[in-house]
Design a protein around this ligand. Structure first.
Ligand SMILES: [Zn+2]
Length: 149
């Protein structure tokens, strides 16, 4: 917050954090006048939230700038067309996504590959069931389930 020396009116920017713990004794660098500075109000919890309002309060001249802000408020009303353009953009995106079928082809290829791998595994398990059961006896139970043992 901004603190002014009560003796010479010299202004200093004191971090709110420095005053969060409570009032502090400050010494003016210009006139060496000693005075206590504290946050405007509220407990130590408030300072973070109060740190911003003072900045807005330090710009009272802004009311004169409001007329300048008013013209800015008008464009939003005229800016109704951009939102209307968004649906068109979305439609274009969808159209652009439609030709993007290659991913689907890859997905189909991956699915077919998976089926082939599983089919080959099943065939191998059937063709070499004797070797499998010899190398991994517990597999006999598995093959017994399918009546292949
Ligand atoms: Zn002073």
């Amino acid at each position: 917050m901004r603190i002014s020396c009560p003796n010479c009116a010299a202004e200093y920017d004191v971090p709110d954090a420095a005053l969060a713990a409570g009032p502090r004794l400050l010494r003016c660098a210009r006139c060496e006048h000693k005075f206590t500075a504290a946050l405007p109000e509220g407990p130590a919890e408030a300072p973070p939230s109060e740190a911003e309002p003072p900045e807005a309060g330090e710009t009272p001249p802004d009311p004169a700038a409001e007329p300048a802000a008013a013209p800015e408020a008008a464009p939003p009303g005229a800016a109704a067309s951009p939102p209307a353009a968004d649906p068109a953009r979305l439609a274009q995106d969808r159209l652009s996504d439609a030709p993007a079928s290659p991913p689907d082809r890859f997905a189909l290829a991956g699915w077919l590959l998976t089926v082939l791998v599983l089919a080959f595994a099943a065939y191998a398990g059937f063709a070499w069931r004797a070797e499998v059961m010899e190398a991994w006896p517990p597999a006999q139970r598995l093959y017994a389930l399918f009546g292949l043992a």
